[in-house]
Each structure stands twice: as C-alpha cells, then as structure tokens.
Design a protein around this ligand. Structure first.
Ligand code: AMP
Length: 218
C-alpha cells in the first residue's frame, strides 16, 4: 500500500507519468483535473459547479475538490494505494489529505516533483491535445498521433482543452506559482520530496522517476 503525490506545473508531464507509475505499481490513479473534465463532459451537477473555474484557469474551491477526493479515497479500490495527480494544489488540500489518510492509519509516502522550465511548459501546453474518451495526452509536434485527430491508445477524438488557450495557460502558471509551489517545501520538510528533472522525452523522464522511487524501496 503506497500513496504518492505528483507535483509539477501544468504541462510538466504529471498526468502521463502519474498514470504510468500507477499502472506499474498497480495503484489507483486519482487525477482531479480528469475527474472534473469527465463531470463536465457528462454535464453532471459537479461539472456545472466547476465549469467557470476551469475555464478561467483558477482553482476550483477547496470544499468541492477536497470533498471529491476524500470520497474517492474512501472507495474500496483505493485501499491498495493511490497516485495523486493534480492534487493537492495548495496547503489546505495537502493538510486535508494528510488528515484523511491519517484517519485511515495511512500516510503519503513520497511526493515526486517534476521540474520543467517555463519555456518548455509553454511549448508543451500550446501543442497539447487530449483524448475526449480516455484523457490520454499527445503533442502535435513532439508526439503526434498516428491518425490525425485520433487517440493512439483508444481511437477517441483528440481536442484542445479550452484552458490550454494562451490566456488560460498564463493564469494557470501564475496560480501554480502562487498556490502550489509552497507544497514543494511542505513535502521537503516532511522528508518525502523526490526532485526529478522533467526535461526530455516521456520515456527518459519516466526512467528518472522509476529510479527515484525505486531507490526508496516502496
Ligand atoms: P489539470 O488537468 O490538473 O491541469 O486541472 C485542470 C483544472 O481543473 C485546473 O486549472 C483547476 O481549475 C481544476 N483543478 C484540478 N485539480 C484541482 C485541485 N486540486 N484544486 C482545485 N482545482 C483543481
């Protein structure tokens, strides 16, 4: 049973790497952005509640986000352990997660911070396309799909996230810097931080993460 948090700016590759680690370690992958986007696609009450925040590139209120994650981690399948992707995104969420896990006699084991320069982030986000069906990302020039407009993994339709517009990207990077970067210190102080360089291809970064986690004998 292992609980891992992935930290990194939008476009750092958190989603791809978190999904891969979850698959390898047979853990549940909990990606709050994906959960919100699914709710939006389905037009649920949650989707309607989070729509305007997501479009603006600002954080969804903690009450909604924390409530959704706590419900998710109390589901039986999360008992095997989980990889958190895009959560926590501020100190309040990190503390709420620690408290909820502690109530179950569990704790976050490691926080992986994927560091990427702002220049690379802007390039990645501008060319990013995401599958409407399975949420897998690709990049128009760095990892183009085999069939244009279609996901390599499931054949679903690829689209550009509305919050990958230039204006939203700027806002999201600002929000990350103001609200989420304090978490790097939070997990460092707790002795749980693993710093990984996020420049380079998906495989190269994946190997660095596996090596960092492997060295921890989780
Ligand atoms: P992501 O897919 O992780 O980039 O998230 C997309 C958007 O979903 C963010 O810009 C926020 O509006 C919202 N979101 C995702 N995770 C969180 C979170 N932990 N707290 C608040 N809002 C979130």
């Amino acid at each position: 049973m292992v609980y891992i948090v992935f930290l990194g700016a939008p476009g750092a590759g958190k989603g791809t790497q978190a999904a891969s680690v979850a698959r390898k370690l047979k853990l549940v992958h909990i990606a709050t952005g994906d959960l919100f986007r699914q709710a939006l696609e389905r037009g649920t009450e949650l989707g309607l509640a989070v729509k305007s925040y997501m479009e603006k590139g600002v954080l969804v209120p903690d009450q909604i986000t924390i409530g959704m994650v706590l419900e998710r981690i109390s589901a039986p399948d999360s008992g095997v352990g989980a990889v958190f992707d895009g959560f926590p995104r501020n100190l309040k969420q990190a503390e709420a997660l620690d408290e909820a896990l502690a109530r179950q006699g569990k704790a976050i084991d490691k926080a992986v911070h994927i560091g990427v320069s702002e220049e690379a982030l802007l390039k990645r986000l501008g060319g990013r396309r995401v599958c409407r069906q399975c949420q897998a990302p690709c990049h128009v020039s760095d990892s183009p799909p085999r069939v244009e407009g279609r996901c390599d993994k499931c054949g679903g339709e690829l689209y550009q996230r509305p919050d990958d517009s230039e204006e939203s990207i700027k806002k999201r990077l600002e929000v990350y810097s103001d609200e989420t970067t304090p978490l790097i210190d939070y997990y460092r102080r707790a002795g749980k931080l693993l710093e990984v360089a996020g420049e380079g291809g998906v495989e190269a970064v994946g190997k660095r993460i596996v090596a960092a986690l492997g060295g921890e004998r989780l």
